[in-house]
Write a protein that binds this ligand. Structure first.
Ligand code: B3K
Ligand code: ZN
Length: 883
């Protein structure tokens, strides 16, 4: 397999002015005709023109109306079509190909999902449709004519505006679409099928009326209300916060059940995994509602950050993805509760991105190379990339950040650009010098920052001494220091914020405030070591460090347990309040893990229980905040901190703490259940979601005790639940204790919901994640369940992905979990390489475990790498994991 490198980037020799596509969609084959206006980037150039193509049957090729001759005029291999000596100057290129969407199970290019033709072109799927310069820096204007059987495919959609439609002979009809905006091929989309739409409209800030349509099979249209609400909210938000207005008169969203990822931002024709569109209170949980809001927003926001301004090459992916994730995070924060959203985002970063950044697949936010680009749609590019964008805002302030965004659009609208262009816009708009900030794009690994504090009572100064270390990662043994913004506040002994007046740093005295009191300041820590001295500090403060999680780092401070309990009780920065609790929990879990490994009896620190109790009974706190604050860090997070990850010990300790807390806080937890029952029908707003979150967390705790009266309580919550959030949570609570009640509830749930595949997926996932010993056998049986289908990515993610997320069974000592995944990956790879490659990633941290586990996992990886006909996707992940 060929590796592609960022350093080898070259501008294309030829550019495309316009592309006219014609699709003749058929049951056994589809014919694609393309007519491209080509011109050389520089006059007089006469190099060969290389087009990408894969799985295509070439029917004809013409230049300026003349048929080309094989080998003389063009060459063809498995992946390219090369015009040996194209004419000097501009010319017309006409290519006709045949493709087979019906048998396309990779769900990339043109394929059929439940009878509907649809496309997925990002990153390099357009080359499965026709021969093309399939790279984002080739931007052209498209028209698309679709012809298909009218009865089977009454709805024909593509990008832009519908300019013509009509009937043809033999029951066929056609539609002609024209997209007035230049775009790269990855944003092309086509949909044809039996679909109905929910129609609505949005009037933009300049008074233009935009038609909004969400397309699904007829029976699902009633479930698109929340998606439509989310779309309109996103359109309004982008106008208000970024001054960005939608630029066409039509915006379509199509939901399909078979989709590799969440959704795709094709210009004016977003295609979505139906999981992220369809919702009703009965069938979707609060988590689903929140994801729909976030992802509908995300894809809509791409219209500016991604489509109007796109990426020069795929290495720049974070330019659009990191920025757009940041925008969707901000949107969700504004629509819901900011600190709670921040906690959720940081947890995701820690649980998924940190492990990636510390493993064999560690790569910078802007990778240096790839074999398959699809493998780089990662938590690093997305979530760490969003943190990088957030740091600009932290450093430049909200107004400065907005100025930078404005300049970015002013300079680059209609262009394909790089991360440096974004950096330059941010700096230039603010006259700022962010020195070594660009390291965030090129260095992988999570920086570790140590901080030591000291107070000088005589001088009334408080000093913070920082040092940083970026760990080595594959291909990057030595690292340079990073630019780390550290937001800091200081608390006095009563828990009040101290006003910050001046700061001495890097040899310069700086005024923080001379008028209005300032309570949080951002330190610019951009060298290996840094010292910051606050003056006029009347007493020894407790520092609140890295407020709001101002940089994606691991912070190791000298805060004592007493300081942490103090911050947990008093910090005005809610994120850090939660963080203090998490730090205490992590310490506790690690020390109990070591007790467990030494077979010492486990005992819970009473002050920890008191801390949790006071949070739980604090009526002034947000309920979702409480629910998050009483939730222990994930097992992955703890394993990540151990020299040798021990899944059994970490799991046993987490179960022990949860049971012990449930036992000692039973009354408070019962109160949290009874005080937070639904007052009426389901409402999607923060207050109601927070109430449900707290109630559900309490139920899960109580059910760990497995006492008959509590089981009855949870069972009655299950039965009386009128929405999926509460029904599923009660079932999940019961499923912690395998046995008759659990079996009955699982059977009841399936009977109720077997007609709804999205709900059935929740049922698969819950069983897959079970920590019941030997659960791998149950999962194997579920592979043969009539509702399971390996060709549907959502089902694979639920059942197989769910299983890999269960630390005890996936990492079972006997290797049964690894063997299962090994077999599945090989089978799945033949159907859908992208999905198989996501699954194989579960092996990537095998070196973190004990020798026996290492040997077992390694054997599976070796088996996979040597499998016949392995895809490049799986090969890249598996071989890098073994390296
Ligand atoms: N841009 C798409 C992801 C495409 C993934 C291709 N393998 C969705 C998104 O991030 O908005
Ligand atoms: Zn995106």
């Amino acid at each position: 397999p060929k590796e592609v490198f960022l350093k080898d980037y070259k501008k294309p020799d030829y550019l495309f002015e316009s592309v006219d596509l014609k699709f003749q969609l058929g049951e056994d084959k589809t014919i694609v005709s393309s007519n491209i206006a080509v011109y050389p980037r520089e006059e007089g150039a006469s190099s060969p023109l290389v087009l990408n193509g894969s799985d295509l049957k070439l029917l004809s090729i013409k230049v300026d109306g003349k048929d080309l001759k094989m080998s003389e005029d063009y060459k063809l291999d498995l992946r390219h079509l090369t015009l040996v000596s194209p004419p000097n100057g501009a010319f017309k290129l006409e290519i006709v190909t045949e493709i087979d969407p019906i048998h396309n199970t990779s769900l990339e290019g043109l394929y059929k999902s439940s009878g509907v033709f649809c496309t997925q072109c990002e990153a390099e799927g357009f080359r499965k449709i026709t021969f093309y310069q399939d790279r984002p820096d080739v931007m052209a204007k498209y028209t698309c004519r679709i012809e298909a059987n009218k009865e089977k495919y009454p709805v024909l959609l593509s990008n832009g505006n519908l300019i013509e439609r009509g009937d043809l002979e033999d029951g066929q009809h056609y539609a002609l679409w024209e997209d007035p905006y230049k775009k790269p091929s990855y944003l092309f989309a086509l949909v044809a099928g039996q679909l109905e739409s929910r129609d609505d409209s949005f009037v933009t800030c300049s008074g233009r009326k935009v038609a909004l349509r969400i397309w699904t099979p007829a029976q699902d249209v009633p479930k698109t209300g929340h998606a439509m609400y989310s779309l309109k909210a996103a359109m309004k938000w982008d106008e208000e916060v970024f001054g960005l207005e939608y630029d066409l008169d039509l915006f379509n969203i199509v939901a399909v059940p078979d989709f590799n990822m969440g959704a795709m931002e094709n210009k004016s024709l977003n295609i979505f995994n139906s999981k992220l569109v369809l919702a009703s209170p009965e069938t979707a949980s609060d988590g689903d509602y929140a994801s729909i809001l976030g992802v509908i927003g995300h894809e809509y926001f791409h219209n500016w950050t991604g489509n109007r301004v796109t990426c020069r090459d795929w290495f720049q992916l974070s330019l659009k993805e990191g920025l757009t994730v940041f925008r969707d995070q901000e949107f969700s924060s504004d629509m819901g509760c900011r600190p709670v959203k921040r906690i959720a985002d940081v947890s995701k970063l820690r649980n998924y991105q940190f492990p990636q950044d510390a493993g064999p697949m560690a790569h910078p936010v802007r990778p240096h190379s790839y074999i398959k680009m699809d493998n780089f749609y990662t938590v690093t590019v997305y979530e760490k990339g969003a943190e990088v964008v957030r740091m600009y805002k932290t450093l430049l302030g909200a107004t400065g950040f907005r100025k930078g965004m404005d300049l970015y659009f002013q300079r680059h609208d209609g262009q394909a650009v790089t991360c440096e262009d974004f950096y330059a816009a941010m700096c230039n708009a603010n006259g700022a010098d962010l020195a070594n900030f660009l390291q965030w794009y090129s260095q992988a690994g999570t920086p570790c920052v140590k901080v030591v504090s000291s107070y000088n009572a005589e001088a009334k100064t408080f000093t913070l001494k920082f040092s940083q270390e970026v760990p080595p990662t594959p291909g990057q043994p030595v690292k340079e220091p990073m630019f780390i913004p550290v937001a800091v506040g200081l608390l006095d002994s009563t828990g009040k914020e101290m006003p910050l007046s001046s700061l001495y740093s890097n040899g310069v005295q700086k005024t923080i405030s001379s008028g209005e009191p300032v309570y949080t300041t951002v330190l610019h820590f951009n060298k290996k070591e840094g010292e910051f001295v606050f003056s006029n500090i009347p007493e020894r403060p407790v520092p609140s460090l890295l407020r709001g999680y101002s940089a994606p780092i691991r912070l190791d401070s000298d805060l004592t347990d007493a300081d942490l309990f103090f911050l947990l009780a008093h910090d005005s920065d809610e994120f850090n309040r939660w963080e203090a609790g998490q730090l205490l929990s992590r310490k506790l879990m690690l020390s109990l893990v070591s007790d467990f490994q030494q077979q010492k009896p486990l005992a819970l620190n009473p002050s920890f229980v008191d801390g949790i109790r006071s949070i739980l009974s604090n009526t002034t706190l947000d309920k979702e905040f409480i629910s998050k604050a009483i939730t222990l860090p994930g097992e992955g997070e703890i394993m990540d901190m151990m020299p040798v990850a021990d899944p059994d010990a970490v799991h046993a300790v987490r179960i022990f703490i949860r049971k012990e807390l449930a036992l000692q806080l039973k009354q408070e937890l019962l109160a949290a259940v009874t005080n937070n029952r639904s007052p009426g029908p389901y409402v999607f707003d923060h207050e109601n979601m927070a109430r449900r979150a707290l109630k559900n967390t309490a139920l899960v705790y109580l059910a760990t005790l497995n006492e008959p009266d509590l089981t009855q309580l949870v069972l009655s919550e299950y039965k009386s639940a009128s929405n999926m959030t509460e029904q599923f949570a009660a079932m999940a609570a019961l499923a912690q204790n395998p046995g008759q009640v659990c079996d009955e509830v699982l059977a009841d749930f399936y009977n109720k919901w077997q007609h709804d595949y999205l709900v059935v997926n929740k049922w698969f996932a819950l069983q897959a994640m079970s920590d019941a010993p030997g659960n791998v056998e149950n999962v194997r049986k579920l592979l043969n369940h009539p509702a399971f289908d390996m060709r549907n990515p959502n089902k694979v993610y639920s059942l197989i992905g769910g299983f890999c997320g269960s630390p005890v069974n996936f990492h079972a000592k006997d290797g049964s979990g690894y063997k299962f995944l090994g077999e599945v990956v090989v089978q799945l790879d033949k159907i859908n390489p992208q999905v198989a490659s996501r699954m194989v990633s579960a092996f990537s941290r095998w070196k973190r475990y004990d020798e026996d586990r290492q040997a077992l996992a390694k054997a599976q990886l070796e088996m996979i790498v040597s499998a016949n006909g392995l895809s490049e996707n799986v090969y890249e992940i598996a071989s890098k994991s073994l390296a």
